[in-house]
Design a protein. Structure first.
Length: 438
């Protein structure tokens, strides 16, 4: 009952937001005066209420008010609802022959604002509501101890879910199948499906994202099959990713030119040497390419490192695990800033222009790291390396070499255009947090 009340409250708040959005879009359209635009005939809210109802129904159809989604998954569903709502609205206006009564620019403004600001609106609303324990859903997690700890931590850290781990008075149950035998899993399902309406099963296979998979039903034998694809090796997806890179290049190229001029001057003033550091890296199809970075080290870097390692032998052990040094004596003053802000990798836009890299992808590995990739080598080198990637937003320097590889394999198997967008947004957040912490 409590959960239904919360869902109804969130629904009413969203309707209120859609109404406020109507007045905001009307104000913006009225403020735009141009001799090339037709006169704007103001629309009354009662005339637009049917289209607000359409959007609300689409949001409800996406189960936004019945299931607890992660912020990014819910944001995608909101955007899908607004895109579909936009085309349905245009279709309805054309069919009812009232399209001339509505400003097309107003319609574009309304749906664009909705896609951009509704996820932000919902984030702040939920952050406020979930400060109160009353609105949180108590969730029991069943499975082997290590897997239960992983999920309990996620429920604690990911406040947007509005769930809290509890072994008593729970209203939803998550069963983690990894580590359980088939008999145990069936027993747990049989037991808890009678106790709660919300029962979720975590698949045993964790390196495949089943969220966007197709499920086929064989009704005669009561079996299902789940379609599994290697997402980033499908020609259509490769074309979409390349198109996304080209659009990003067009947007960022003016900024890159300005930043390049500024960074070049700072690097030259800080120490002698070239602006760029160039190094052969492993590329797509195991072909070597010259990877660009802004120089962050002194010219006699190897001599400095050799002397440092003699005095600090423990640094060799750290490097063998993380492929980085805790305190690198080779780094210049401006180089330390470039690395902490990841601006040294901004030079790799040149590699994207040359078609050797992508904005998002696996790390461009050094040639000497080839043997360390192991069984994942052929898989990872099937795609272009990226300036940023899943590992950079999932722990970065705290991850071991193997953990990075596992994340990159997961990314390739489960690629989506939305995943690239999310990684880029998270990269900005990670970079800003690291700069702010310095």
């Amino acid at each position: 009952m409590k959960q239904k009340s919360l869902n109804l409250f969130l629904l009413l708040l969203d309707i209120l937001f859609l109404i406020m959005l109507f007045y905001m879009a009307s104000y913006i359209r009225c403020s735009i005066e141009s001799i090339t635009l037709p006169h704007f005939n103001e629309i009354h809210i009662k005339d637009f209420s049917f289209y607000i109802l359409i959007i609300t129904m689409l949001l409800y159809y996406e189960n936004i008010y019945t299931l607890k989604y992660d912020f990014w998954q819910e944001s995608l569903k909101i955007m899908k609802s607004f895109v579909l709502g936009f085309f349905l609205t245009l279709t309805m206006l054309a069919l009812t022959k009232t399209n001339l009564e509505y400003s097309r620019l107003f319609i574009v403004i309304y749906f664009t604002l909705g896609m951009l600001f509704m996820p932000i609106f919902k984030r702040y609303v939920k952050k406020l509501l979930y400060k109160f324990e009353f609105f949180k859903t108590k969730t029991l997690v069943i499975g082997v101890e290590d897997e239960v700890k992983i999920f309990a931590k996620e429920l604690k850290d990911n406040w947007y879910l509005g769930q809290v781990y509890s072994e008593t008075n729970y209203s939803s149950v998550i069963i983690v199948s990894k580590g359980l035998c088939t008999g145990q899993l069936n027993d747990y399902i049989s037991t808890y499906i009678q106790e709660t309406r919300e029962l979720f099963i975590v698949p045993y296979i964790t390196d495949i994202n089943f969220a966007h998979s197709n499920i086929l039903e064989y009704s005669n034998i009561r079996y299902n099959t789940i379609q599994v694809e290697n997402k980033l090796l499908i020609k259509k997806n490769i074309w979409l990713k390349n198109l996304f890179d080209k659009i990003m290049l067009i947007v960022l190229l003016p900024l890159f030119v300005i930043m390049h001029l500024i960074l070049s001057v700072l690097i030259k003033l800080d120490s002698s040497g070239p602006v760029f550091f160039k190094q052969a890296r492993l590329g797509k199809d195991d072909k070597d390419f010259v990877c660009y970075k802004y120089r962050t080290m002194y010219e006699n870097s190897e001599e400095l490192l050799e002397n440092y390692l003699k005095e600090n032998p423990d640094e060799r052990i750290y490097y063998d695990t993380y492929h980085k040094y805790k305190n690198d004596p080779r780094i210049t003053k401006i180089g330390a800033f470039l690395r902490s802000s990841s601006l040294d990798e901004f030079a790799q836009i040149i590699n994207i222009l040359k078609g050797e890299m992508s904005f998002v992808g696996p790390r461009p590995y050094m040639l000497k790291e080839s043997c360390k990739l192991g069984e994942n080598q052929e898989f990872i080198l099937k795609v272009k390396p990226g300036i940023t990637g899943l590992w950079q937003v999932s722990g970065r320097n705290e991850l071991t070499f193997k953990e990075r590889n596992d994340l990159e394999v997961w990314y390739i198997k489960n690629w989506s255009l939305w995943a690239d967008f999310v990684i880029l947004v998270k990269t900005i957040k990670v970079v800003l947090n690291k700069v702010g912490a310095k």
